[in-house]
Design a protein around this ligand. Sequence first.
Ligand code: PMV
Length: 308
Amino acid sequence: MVVASSPGKLILLGEHAVVYGRPAVAVAVDLRLRVEARLSGVCRVNGYPMDWRYHSYMVKSMERHWSGPPLDVITGGELPPGSGLGSSAALTSAFNLCLMEMSGEHDEKELARRSYGVELAIQSNASPIDTSTVTHGQGIMVSPEREEGHLWSLSRGDTEWHVHHCQVPELSLVIGNTGVHAPTGPLVAKVRRFYESNAFAKEVVDEIGQITREGLVCLRHNDVTRLGELMTRDHRLLAILGVSSPELDKLVEASLPHSYGAKLTGAGGGGSMVALTDDPGRVAAVIRRRGGTPYVVRTGVPGTMLEV
Ligand code: PMV
């Protein structure tokens, strides 16, 4: 039997602008998803037959990367599905580590490549941010050029992403899930229409890029005060790009009096926001009071790994 776990992830700075070649920073968080896999006579997941309709990431992974006998798989852990915390990337990376371990392979870069390939096959517009963050852990910075700390490069069509290691201090964050489901594709398309028709949108995207660069310096120096200010500014800029929502704004504004800063995280339109705070209990309480589901998380955690 092999057991592997992956952390959840969130984008700290740079979403949407990353589509236009600006950098983005994402961090792994300490809510983990676990996958247990053992050789068996029949493919099962949590006691049910493995089925493309419910287990597409595992079926695709086995199609591409497994030629052994059927597997009995058990999944579990604390990472909530469908909350913008990268649960499909975490599942894909942990399951593929189980497959690699059972084949005697050990290579983080190959795991990141396989996980991205599987996610891309299922969600045709995926960027490698989610799978790279959960695979590597700590933090990653994605940019259009190779820079110091380069880990690997991944591409989709003509677009190439260079993924870099980013050392992250232990930050105390509270995620607030709005419960509003908002798929990434239409939000990326909405920003593209604005970006291509309006010079002001380009200025906004440029400023998000500058903020992300400054945020990287803050992470290196553990300057949470400035990092929080940058996050709040990033939220305002993302709102100008049209990807916030009344629910996200409500949770961000409610969190700000008790936080260094707060912003939407990921594609927006719904999904989740994140607050950087040294009073997580209070922020979680205000998020709950405003109708959101809070998750208190910490950063500085390892990526996909085998469990003993
Ligand atoms: O859907 P999420 O939470 O992984 O975030 C998408 C981030 C975007 O920048 C909006 C899109 C992308 O592919 O980078």
